[in-house]
Design a protein around this ligand. Structure first.
Ligand code: 5CA
Ligand code: ZN
Length: 409
């Protein structure tokens, strides 16, 4: 599948100096760790399930990983970035059934809208953007191998992964069993399915049911379970050891735990060096989610006239790991900030831009502390100085590092 189109983006090599390699919080270690190297870095970021439009929570998560991508590039690394799209799964099929729209059409429409939002927010596209439907043979093959190796087993034609067979199960989330059972039930799992060895065993392959899409495969006619799509796509398009697997905090368990168990069962490798998780964005006191219906859509804000760069600045004003609440006031404040920055880079001169660049790099490399970086730019914009090269330099790294285009529209 084609990803969204790339925003014009200054090559980091045009900036003087380099970013340090980033330190990020790895959920599995429970600590900060340096990720990537100065020559190469790889990340797999879990993509959308396209049954509704991109909301501010999704946007915040993809902007967070976009910052990591930009820091790596600025550090000199060639970045391999892969993202999936869950274009067949229960929530999508349920929504299509409820609205009477063909599921393929619903997915297509929402993917298009997501792409437009990502382009508007100047999120750099992944190198490979891979749908589940186009990957069915690869995924089915992976399921078949897991089954033949003994970690996968059949229950009435469906195939399940035996959690007890995975030595590393629990090593991503470190949750206790009661928490695992609760989250598994909440987030697409089926702890009560009869015939499983353990309630936490998860679906690898769902045999075709009447009225559901299904594909012929060596494991039988059916469709993939959720987790195995990501473990297959990531290992196929990057490899069995990647630097970062990313997503929102709601993916720690079961999704990233189960992906990691699948990869280790298939290859013996630790899947990701770091498992990074963005905080949850809420609205009106609750996590913003399609199922709760309390959504603020990026496309709605854009249609109402919000400058996408102000939306991006509003997102960047929160360190990615914290939970936060979206408010209309945040957008108004970000619009003011954008205007202040735009006037500041239009001045004939400004204070030392190289010092500001060093500060922004230092903050971003410290677990993507964008709010601290923004405050430094604020201070620069509100002070005077006599360096004529500085406004152009700031305009250029605001674009390359923060993804903020300061050209007036
Ligand atoms: N397709 C799967 C991943 S393989 C999926 O979770 N899709 S999703 O559309 O539900 O979410 C896409 C991404 O947005 C995930 O990384 C998810 O963790 C993140 N996300 C969802 N809701 C929020 C929220 N309220 N705040 C922050 N991130 C969120
Ligand atoms: Zn995923």
């Amino acid at each position: 599948m084609q990803p969204w189109s790339a925003p014009r983006n200054p090559a980091p090599s045009t900036l003087p100096g380099k970013s340090p390699l980033p330190q990020v919080f790895d959920t599995s270690r429970g600590a900060l760790t340096e990720v990537g190297s100065s020559s190469a870095a790889s990340m797999y970021v879990c993509g959308i399930t396209p049954y509704d439009a991109t909301h501010m929570g999704h946007a915040a998560t993809y902007v967070a990983f976009d910052l990591l991508n930009r820091v790596w590039r600025d550090a000199g690394a060639t970045v391999r970035y892969v993202q999936n799209v869950t274009d067949v799964d229960d929530p999508l099929l349920e929504r299509a059934t409820a609205t009477g729209e063909p599921w393929e059409q619903l997915a297509h429409k929402e993917i298009q809208l997501f792409h437009d939002d990502m382009t508007a927010l100047r999120v750099l596209p992944p190198d490979e953007y891979v749908g589940v439907v186009e990957s069915i043979p690869l995924i089915a093959d992976h399921v078949d191998r897991l089954r033949q190796s003994g970690v996968g087993y059949d229950v009435d034609g469906d195939v399940y992964f035996a959690a007890g067979a995975a030595e590393n199960f629990g090593s991503v989330s470190h949750y206790d069993r009661a928490t695992m059972l609760e989250l598994f039930a909440e987030r697409g799992g089926d702890p009560d399915r009869a015939g499983k060895k353990d309630p936490l065993d998860w679906l690898l392959w769902r045999a075709g049911r009447p009225g559901e899409p299904a594909w012929d495969a060596p494991v039988g006619r059916g469709r993939p379970g959720w987790h195995v799509e990501c473990s297959t796509i990531a290992t196929t398009y990057i490899g069995s050891s990647i630097d970062v697997q990313g997503g929102g905090r709601d993916l720690i368990f079961p999704h990233h735990e189960m992906c990691a168990a699948e990869v280790t069962a298939a290859t013996g490798n630790r899947f990701a060096d770091a498992f990074m998780h963005a905080g949850m964005v809420g609205y009106d006191g609750e996590k913003m989610s399609k199922s709760r219906g309390n959504l603020v859509f990026v496309s709605r804000l854009r249609a109402d006239g919000a400058d996408p760069m102000a939306i991006r600045l509003a997102l960047l004003d929160h360190q990615y790991r914290r939970d936060w609440e979206w408010t209309p006031a945040a957008l108004a404040a970000a619009t003011d900030r954008l205007n202040r920055w735009r006037s500041a880079v239009s001045r004939p001169s400004g204070p030392d831009g190289a010092a500001l660049l060093a500060g922004v790099r230092r903050h971003l490399a410290a677990d993507l502390d964008a709010p601290a970086a923004l405050r430094e730019v604020d201070a620069w914009a509100s002070s005077d100085g006599g360096d004529e090269a500085s406004p152009a330099l700031v305009r250029s790294f605001a674009d390359a590092l923060l993804g903020i285009d300061l050209r007036a529209d």
